[in-house]
Write a protein that binds this ligand. Sequence first.
Ligand code: SAM
Ligand code: SF4
Length: 329
Amino acid sequence: MTLLVDSFQRRVTYLRLSVTDRCDLRCVYCMNEDMQFLPRQAVLSLEELARIARVFVSLGVKKIRLTGGEPLVRQNLSWLVRELAALPGLQELAMTSNGMRLAAVANELRDAGLNRLNISVDSLRPERFRAITRVGELDRVLAGLAAARAAGFSRIKLNSVILRGRNDDEVGDLVAFAAEQGCDISFIEEMPLGVISEHDRAGAFVPSDEILSRLQQRFSLVPSTESTSGPSRYHRLAGGDTRVGFISPHSHNFCASCNRVRVTVEGRLLLCLGNEHSLDLRHLMREERLDDEALRAAIVQAMNLKPERHQFDLQEAPQIVRFMNMTGG
Ligand code: SAM
Ligand code: SF4
């Protein structure tokens, strides 16, 4: 039973916890090529991250996803995974990664108790993958995926952000690849978080329904009523168990069923991806020195700040100046 209920009666049971703002890639929709990352003292320690997770789980959070930035650039991540996996009441511990460093640590993460993985891959063509990520190596991501499967991660989900003129003609190949690998896949509409100089978000926008029509020309897709309590709307590939999801912040608003909050690696509790309402947990822990009970009360209170919905408009200058890597995507 969660104690986290907002003023629209939505129950919060899912925490996305960012473990770093840093990344070894520079995806064009996520960040600028030249990035200034946070100074070390601004970043929560692993112990502080573990404490926040513990407090949220004690309030009824059932699922935590580690994200960033790229979680695997954070040193000693396995320690954090082990601490979180041991929290009584936590049912699912997941991570979203770009896969570049996964091959070396997949076994270790699995042993530490990570039970779900999302891997982001926007193209299966090395030169395109490089262009979208600016510096990425597709081979390494594919090796990461293979290692994760070998380590026993099941139903890995691939995430692809689809951009017009860059990878929109590849959606069929991405689904075929997901099916061959025994993975699910979600297609994500780009969100306007931060201004990126050389990337035209409005021009690159591809609505989910267009992707779905394209896929229907090649595959038989059965709409699915199942939900993971997330923003994805799912279809299933006929004759198989591959799920194809669509995360459509523009074309199909999902705020009414939102069950999640985010904590940035600076300790900002963000109540909504598309709004700035937040609570500074780092200040409460470091300066105010709140004990767990007082921290719990502050978090319960902060649920009233959760706004009803996000307002994204690709034609306007972004209202949200933080990039996705700062948000904990
Ligand atoms: N670095 C990891 C990765 O790429 O999987 C985890 C963090 S990343 C911010 C999480 C997800 O957000 C990725 O699937 C990425 O493609 C997606 N993403 C980043 N910027 C986005 C944007 N502006 N709009 C939509 N999705 C975005
Ligand atoms: Fe890094 Fe993930 Fe952002 Fe790409 S989407 S730059 S991999 S944080």
